[in-house]
Design a protein around this ligand. Structure first.
Ligand SMILES: CC(C)(COP(=O)(O)OP(=O)(O)OC[C@H]1O[C@@H](n2cnc3c(N)ncnc32)[C@H](O)[C@@H]1OP(=O)(O)O)[C@@H](O)C(=O)NCCC(=O)NCCS
Length: 174
């Protein structure tokens, strides 16, 4: 039975391994090796991830299948959000399932956990950014009730890309 656990400060290596592996699975075939390396160094260094895990406005969660890490999610509130947003919002900044565990409902379980957290904290909207060409993730988010409300730049190494901004009302998902 899959479990979703709140990551602790000591889980930085698990988060780092999952971050690098899932990001490569999702984007390596579409980007240069140099841009991918630059992204890993900048965003997935142990120091950077430790700082993010220890930020009280960010929460990392890990899904485990038979005790083995299978994916993770990072949510942000307050100033940890990657865009200036109102205080009643929560951002799902990262949601990544390892390839072999996809399409087994883990993404849905993570999303329900995010909605539960948002509701418990009195947030009314969940938002996220998703690469405009990431059709699978966009289909998943639409299925979860998200609709587009804007776009923003996302820099991968030296490449500036466009993310769609999507949002869903917290009371909408049941
Ligand atoms: C997007 C992602 C998080 C979805 O997680 P998941 O555990 O595979 O999703 P679920 O099994 O909960 O899927 C729920 C529903 O979403 C939709 N969905 C999920 N993946 C889909 C895909 N590849 N294509 C179309 N619809 C999809 C389906 O309706 C699915 O229901 P079904 O399997 O009964 O048809 C996962 O595919 C992933 O980690 N992708 C790579 C990383 C990524 O792109 N993350 C988002 C970055 S913004």
């Amino acid at each position: 039975m899959p479990m979703i656990e709140m990551a602790q400060s000591t889980d930085v290596n698990t988060i780092r391994d999952l971050s690098i592996a899932t990001f490569a699975e999702t984007f390596a075939s579409l980007n240069t090796e140099e841009d991918m390396e630059q992204y890993n160094e900048r965003h997935f260094s142990t120091d950077e991830l430790q700082r993010e895990i220890d930020n009280p406005d960010s929460t990392f969660m890990v899904a485990k299948v038979d005790g083995v890490p299978a994916g993770y999610m990072k949510v942000n509130v307050g100033d940890a959000q990657t865009e200036e947003m109102l205080g009643n919002r929560m951002e799902v900044q990262r949601l990544y399932i390892l390839r072999q565990y996809k399409r087994n409902g883990l993404g849905t379980r993570f999303m329900h956990t995010a909605f539960d957290m948002a509701r418990a904290q009195g947030k009314s909207v969940i938002w996220l950014g998703v690469w405009e060409h990431n059709d699978a993730a966009i289909a998943f988010y639409k299925r979860m009730g998200f609709v587009q409300f804007g776009s923003h730049d996302f820099v991968l190494g030296n490449d500036r890309q466009t993310d769609l901004l999507m949002e869903a009302a917290v009371d909408r998902l049941v």
